[in-house]
Design a protein around this ligand. Sequence first.
Ligand code: AKG
Ligand code: FE2
Length: 203
Amino acid sequence: MKIYKGISEGDHHKVITGVKWSRQSLAEFYLKFAENCLLPWNEFKKKYNPTNPYRKTLTDDFRQVYAPKLEGKELLEYKVIQDIVSQFNFAKPLGITDVQILSYRPGFSFVPHIDQEVSVNIMFPIFPTNGGEPLMFHQGGDFRNPGPILYKVYYDVENPTLTNGKIIHSVPKIANERVYLRLRTDGETYKDIIDKINSNVFI
Ligand SMILES: O=C(O)CCC(=O)C(=O)O
Ligand SMILES: [Fe+2]
């Protein structure tokens, strides 16, 4: 099985270089949101979509920053976030729920899935400083039968990583609190974005 580390590119991911961001600034930003701004994933989803289906595999150990609880502002309203988002040439401007800070507690593992709502993610590691557990892509085409692991990606810690949400993926059991800024979009496909990167028109 192939394992990618550092600045890498595989069939379903690519580390994107040239983005200006600071892990330290994101870490300080995340730490402003006290423990009570972190909502379990299922609760978080209901804030924006009251009919969102409950997903029992997403336990209370998988949480998201619910930013409005701090001072009534969404993540996208903060400059530290705008300064990152504005560097990308997305086909469709990101909406409020396309910018997320995911916070995983030790012991949680992300079961194999495809991203239902979006096609593409851009992941910025915040904690732990070594990026933590890798993302694993599976060979299968059905998330109930994901098949063997195709490859593992340890996220680069200096640059964000573009990932294809439409390929089955999972994250193994988490050892230390793992926090990521995630940008996501359904406005274009993974391949669309790769083509834009290769033509130097994405960043
Ligand atoms: O945390 C990760 O590495 C992947 C997250 C993920 O798959 C998701 O949020 O859909
Ligand atoms: Fe996912």
